[in-house]
Design a protein around this ligand. Sequence first.
Ligand code: PEP
Length: 277
Amino acid sequence: AGSGKFFVGGNWKCNGTKESISKLVSDLNSATLEPDVDVVVAPPFVYIDQVKNSLTDRIEIAAQNSWIGKGGAFTGEIRLLNTGCICNEVANLKIPNIQHVHFSVCSVEQLKDIGCKWVVLGHSERRHVIGEDDVFIGKKAAYALSQGLGVIACIGELLNEREEGKTNDVCFRQMKAFADAVPSWDNVVIAYEPVWAIGTGKVATPQQAQDVHVAVRDWLEKNVSTEVASKTRIIYGGSVNGSNSAELAKQEDIDGFLVGGASLKGPEFATIINSVT
Ligand code: PEP
């Protein structure tokens, strides 16, 4: 791990029931966590209030998405795009003339109102399943930051992009979209999440992750500033679990993790949090 405070986020995605979440919260409340680690969990929107009211204040809450501007007349936030759709789920809805639909998002104001401190933006499931583009994600990041939410800004390449040697190009393009939009990097954590490693059980090797983290840090140095490059935490996500986190955490430029599946198990998530070196 680098010099910044280790940061571990748990992305619960669209999982859980009132009952399973209450068990997870109680496991997290009773876990012993390294004091020098920032810990954040991102429950599904409908359970944020339950989690906020029952989880220890030691752990902060993130939303899994937010709207690009002030809330208001956006019923169910359905947005249409003219770009091609790569999403079977959406295509299967067979809605005429609609290539993309974006469902259910909350305004930044509402997220703050219910106690969120962070929002995850640019997650690969939003980029590649829902079809959010770089500019749209950048706008969301800028608005969230302007209102005082921290942003967990996700980047990462698809398998074919890695195989074609385009990993850095893709990550740099996604970084540029954030850089073009955000007023400051003070409240941003970058999550490098290779898409081929997310939810697949195929974790990047510590060296693969380290190489991209260094490249992203260099990009920040050249395109933003030396200060931002050295201060900004770059966390790794993609099939992190209690057995592989310690090796990953040894890498100089891995400043923490964004964890999906394994964050749904309290004791395992605690192991990952405590793998800081
Ligand atoms: C994620 O959803 O951000 C993620 C990294 O998922 P998983 O840990 O399940 O691969």
